[in-house]
Design a protein around this ligand. Sequence first.
Ligand code: 4NP
Length: 139
Amino acid sequence: MKTIVFVCLGNICRSPMAEFVMKNLTDQLIIESRATSSWEHGNPIHRGTQAIFQQYHIPYNSQKTSQQITLETAEQADYIIGMDSQNIADLKKMLPERLHTKIHPFTTHSVPDPWYTGDFEETYRIVKEGCAVWKNRLL
Ligand code: 4NP
């Protein structure tokens, strides 16, 4: 099975949203999520993202906590998917050049960060569409 890793800045809002939306769409991929930063390390999924999971009946792991991406995780992944253009730029700075072919943007436009916008619904709509596109692309 292919392994994909969704990556955002904090790994508490957007990338865990993508992780569990995608897991709800397929069991034919190994799906993880990580942060570019260590800012939220050990912290749980944002309550706004958890509220989306509950509202739309998306199963998720409420014990999941933020983890920064490591070289090992990047090596094991087939696709490293950044949620916005800054995540892509940061991943390219953090990871050796031989891994750069694995780095892809989630969508052509950056996924808005509800940490700043407060709009988890808007982000969910974009994440849901984007995950459906990725599923078709990979399966
Ligand atoms: P995320 O959102 O990258 O979608 O998880 C953020 C979470 C935390 C921070 C920024 C964005 N922060 O500044 O701590």
